[in-house]
Design a protein around this ligand. Structure first.
Ligand code: G6P
Length: 625
């Protein structure tokens, strides 16, 4: 065995990626490339395809899928009708042609999404069996392990099953065996993988958008179940070799939703969908009387106060919307709420038990840290409630109760519409809890729900109608090195998200500060021309934020206020540029103002010529820890 790196072991290859596989009557290469483009949001450090043939043909490239496409074209005519493809996001094991998937062995070729934790031990074993490795990846070790069992049995399903028994960690595999032409194999554990079959062609993919062009009905493979797809059929095998059936699921997303629809980027398209998806999400959760209705039995018990605490857990923007949820639930229902970062949750050994509710928020429902937090909370006996966008995803399936959002497919790495609809669900939950806690009457609740259903989507639409002004403002700040966001209460909650949005897609260093916290250090970073974005949608703290603006203005800041229309008229705001937000029920203003911040981030990124949908080093669905 040839070891490449310092300690003599292959690099631990933390990856999260997109997998695609096709078998049918048509040439596979273009199908695989199209699928990979749909999955590119999952990673874009390198990509590769393998085509079923004797020998199997592989083409790989470091970098974006365009580069892979060029290399594929250089191959000339590729008539093969079955293959697998992969787009990779690497954290360890540098992006390179050799580390790109698919990985080859003597008998097979494989793509992988996940982490093989016991790669070192298996590598040693395989070395004794005469294997050597070309790459630095744990994936190659998994490929060799399957190869070893295949050498013994000559039977793909039993070889895959035997290897899976030995693997620790997470994986979704797409596999081609050289002597099983035009047959595709797939298996998964703790990493997402779906399969579809139309009777004429079969496809495997990491996510739904990549299969929509084939079918809206798909199988989410049960853990350990091995799928075998040929042109004519799809068959499933349990790990002990019995043929089994899988439950199919249907999604009502359409192909157009997973395309840019005339917009230059998915992100701007998805922001434009916010009014529609907000309406859809709220409408689906209102009873005939116009009150919040979730169809989750335990929520009624929760609403009656039959619990000790609420903890909201998520990663990134999903955690940030939790901050809005905390402010809301505490404000409206007077119930204490804490917000936890999912990656910290289980390590902090949180105080959580049978009388607690843990709300997990996730667009994808596959984020590894959120899944781990969910399992930890369940283990401790808490009631787990998921707010999730992707139907049938791991978080959705494993939580005790699930409330789906109706955002449709979200492709841009930086989330926008999914954040907004998560917010809408939290508002509805807060209203429900407030009624049960006798903080508001049903009549008041109905008015709030009505506002959420009608007023908020309309106000978001008005922000979209005025996007040119936001684009102009973006040009004023796009060359800054640092940007600060300030606000109080719920305004601070959305500052945190606005700041993340800006930094992740524009690469400008940005921080969000509670206005009052500025003078405890941060203000020393404000110098001549430093942009400060001041949020003002909450009247009771508006004057305080105006004082904060004066403080930064005195240090030379360039201040952009994002202010509710009526407050902009009422208060003299010493700013350099003002973006107004339509007046709505004050409680809901943050849900409207966030659209302005998302647009601001978008236009800064676009103005800088960045690939808005695929910011460097990031991926949408972080399925590894
Ligand atoms: C990644 C994405 C973020 C997202 C976070 C959580 O970091 O880039 O936009 O907020 O994951 O994802 P989830 O699917 O759990 O909401």
């Amino acid at each position: 065995m040839e070891y490449r790196k310092g300690n003599g072991l292959p690099f631990f290859n933390h990856i999260m990626c997109g997998i695609i596989g096709y078998t049918g009557a048509e040439a596979a290469a273009p199908k695989l490339l199209t699928g990979l483009r749909t999955l590119e949001y999952r990673g874009y450090d390198s990509a590769g395809i393998a085509l079923s043939d004797e020998p199997i043909l592989t083409v790989k490239a470091k970098g974006r899928i365009d580069l892979l496409e060029t290399k594929v074209k250089e191959q000339g005519s590729l008539p093969q009708t079955c293959g697998i493809g992969h787009t990779r996001w690497a954290t360890h094991g540098a992006p390179s042609d050799v580390n790109s998937h698919p990985h080859r062995t003597a008998h097979l070729c494989l793509v992988h999404n996940g982490i093989i934790e016991n790669y070192a031990e298996l590598g040693e074993e395989l070395k004794h069996d005469g294997y050597s490795f070309a790459s630095e990846t744990d994936t190659e070790i998994a490929a060799c392990l399957i190869d070893r069992f295949y050498r013994e049995s000559g039977e793909p399903v039993s070889a895959i099953a035997a290897a899976c028994k030995r693997l620790r960690g997470s994986y979704a595999f797409g596999i081609l065996f050289e002597d099983r032409k035009n047959v595709l194999y797939a298996v998964r554990k703790d990493s997402p993988l779906i399969a579809v079959h139309t009777g004429q062609e079969g496809v495997i993919a990491s996510d739904i958008p990549a299969v929509l062009a084939y079918s809206h009905t798909y199988y989410r493979l049960e853990e350990g179940v091995i799928a075998e797809l040929s042109r004519e059929t799809i068959r499933f095998w349990s790990p002990d070799g019995r043929e089994v059936t899988q439950q199919s699921e249907t999604v009502d997303w359409n192909v157009e939703q997973a395309q840019k629809g005339g917009f230059p980027y998915f992100m701007i398209k998805e922001i434009h969908e916010e009014p529609t998806v907000l309406r859809k999400t709220v409408e689906a959760r209102l009873s005939a009387e116009g009150l919040p209705f979730f169809g989750v039995k335990r929520i009624d018990e929760i609403a009656r106060g039959d619990f000790d605490s609420i903890q909201i857990v998520g990663c990134g923007s999903a955690m940030h919307i939790g901050l809005v949820g905390r402010t809301l639930i505490e404000d409206l229902a007077r119930i204490p709420v804490s917000v936890e970062i999912a990656s910290e949750f289980r390590y902090r050994d949180p105080i959580v038990g049978k009388r607690d509710i843990v709300i997990l928020i996730s667009q994808s429902g596959e984020t590894a840290d959120t899944v781990a937090a969910l399992r930890h909370a369940k283990e401790k006996g808490a009631f787990t409630l998921a707010i999730v966008n992707v139907i049938g995803s791991t978080v959705a399936r494993e939580a005790d109760g699930v409330i789906y959002t109706w955002a449709g497919p979200e492709i841009a790495v930086a989330t926008t519409k999914a954040y907004s609809v998560q917010g809408a669900i939290l508002y509805l939950l807060a209203i429900k809890l407030a009624i049960a806690n006798h903080r508001i009457s049903e009549k008041e609740a109905k008015t709030l729900c009505f506002s959420l259903l009608r007023e908020i989507p309309d106000a978001v639409q008005r922000i979209l109608n005025g996007k040119e002004k936001i684009a102009e403002t973006a040009r004023l700040i796009q060359n800054a090195e640092h940007v600060f966001f300030i606000g109080r209460k719920a305004d601070w909650d959305i500052c945190v998200e606005g700041s993340l949005k800006l930094k992740e897609i524009s690469y400008i260093h940005s921080e969000a500060y509670a206005t009052g916290e500025l003078k405890h250090g941060t203000i020393s970073l404000v110098t001549d021309g430093t942009p400060v974005i001041a949020l003002m949608t909450q009247e009771d703290v508006c004057e305080k934020t105006v004082s904060g603006i004066r403080e930064v203005k005195a240090r030379g800041a360039f201040v952009v206020s994002v202010c509710r229309e009526s407050l902009a008229k009422k208060y003299e705001i010493p700013c350099d540029a003002c973006l107004t937000v339509p007046d709505t029920e004050e409680l809901f203003s943050p849900l409207v103002a966030i659209t302005a911040l998302q647009l601001l981030a978008y236009y800064v990124s676009e103005g800088k010529g960045i690939d808005v949908d695929k910011p460097r080093n990031l991926a949408k669905s972080v399925t590894v820890e």
